[in-house]
Design a protein around this ligand. Structure first.
Ligand SMILES: Nc1nc2c(c(=O)[nH]1)N[C@H]1C(S)=C(S)[C@@H](COP(=O)(O)O)O[C@H]1N2
Ligand SMILES: [Mo]
Length: 348
């Protein structure tokens, strides 16, 4: 049914990705000139082991457990024939920005040293999990829905799996089979993955094989040892520029970036072009979606050569603003401080 292949299947050209172990971080300059969504060829990949190649013709999703009246299996074509929904949603690794605990705050945390490229926004299409759970007769005593991936077991911990509270499962979660109008690519969970809006990436289980609906709270290594007690993602911002970008002076620049939050819409973005001494509001127009990102820009005519630190700071509709430093986190999750992005201004 499945076969392990080299960690990641899609090409990982150096101008789009930075490979970090079994993971591939998107370089933020890869979003420059792109539309609202992250194209599939440059969407970051986070694999605990490696991408399995699954044959959709024999794939089955098993839905069972004490919390459902009619346990059963679903095939790929059956899911595709069900009512579908389309959502523009970000998937972001909980450890996105972990590197900056070390580089900005002098408190390095072990784990994948993500910069800000452990995020992407795609247009996902699939079956609302709510619809599927109604099909199997969800019982009122259901508490957790445990999603299990079909990728190889991770170390001694077994298959990647994490429980989702029924309240969230019935709210806005998708069983996605399409990403940006294409069949879900193998690296992103083909044939079907969960998409859990606003929550840490680990909730969005790829290569879904099983959903167990339990009548009690469940524990797996992925909500105890790893990613304990974390759900939504905090506020972050990034410039669509290379790290240490070299920009010639003498012209007018439109600096672009994006800000996002797992908690709600971004309502304000301020940019500093002098390492935090002065701040200016960034401009933005177009859609301002919750659980995705807000693209923004600011014009700038730099006149002096030399090193400069760019900073962007966003606020979401809950009032959460990016601080100048993030309290230490034992796993390096939830980094939300303003990132100091160095560039060099040079003679044109
Ligand atoms: N089955 C399975 N699902 C998984 C993972 C995995 O390794 N195996 N990684 C998780 C993590 S930690 C993240 S951040 C997202 C990454 O999704 P992407 O690789 O499509 O960007 O998938 C999540 N779902
Ligand atoms: Mo992740």
């Amino acid at each position: 049914m499945k076969q392990a292949v080299a960690t990641i299947v899609k090409p990982l050209p150096d101008h789009l990705f930075r490979v970090r172990g079994p993971n591939a971080e998107m370089r933020w300059e890869a979003m420059a000139g792109q539309g609202y969504h992250t194209p599939n060829d440059r969407f970051f990949v986070r694999n605990h082991t490696s991408t399995p190649l699954i044959d959709a013709a024999v794939w089955r999703l098993r839905v069972h457990g004490a919390g459902v009246r009619w346990p059963r299996e679903f095939g790929y074509e059956e899911l595709r024939a069900m009512p579908s929904r389309t959502l523009d949603v970000a998937i972001e690794c909980a450890g996105n920005g972990r590197r900056f605990y070390g580089t900005q705050q002098d408190e390095p945390v072990p784990g994948t040293q993500w910069g800000l490229g452990g995020i992407g926004v795609a247009r996902w299409r699939g079956v609302p999990l709510k619809y599927l759970l109604k099909q199997v007769g969800l019982l009122p005593e259901a508490v957790d829905v445990l999603a299990t991936g079909l990728d190889a077991p991770f170390e001694d911990y077994g298959h990647v799996r994490r429980p989702l509270p029924v309240g969230k499962a019935m709210k806005d979660v998708l069983l996605a089979y399409e990403m940006n109008g294409e069949r879900l690519p193998p690296d992103h969970g083909f044939p079907v993955r969960l998409v859990v809006p606003g929550w840490v990436g680990i909730a969005s289980i790829k290569w879904l094989g099983e959903l167990e609906v339990a009548t009690e709270e469940l524990r797996t290594p992925w909500n105890t040892v790893f990613y304990p007690d974390i759900t939504t993602q905090p506020v972050k911002s990034a410039f669509e520029l290379p790290w240490n970008a070299r920009l010639p002076i003498g012209g007018l620049y439109v600096l672009r970036g994006r800000s996002w939050s797992g908690q709600g819409r971004i309502v304000r973005v301020e940019v500093s072009l002098d390492g935090g001494e002065t701040w200016r509001p960034a401009e933005h127009r177009g859609q301002r979606l919750a659980r995705a990102w807000l693209p923004w820009h600011i014009s700038w005519a730099p006149r002096r050569t030399g090193p400069v630190v760019l900073m962007a700071r966003a606020t979401d509709e809950t009032g959460a603003t990016q601080p100048l430093s993030t309290p230490r986190h034992p796993f390096g999750y939830r980094f939300d401080a303003v990132v100091r992005h160095p560039i060099q201004l040079v003679n044109g």
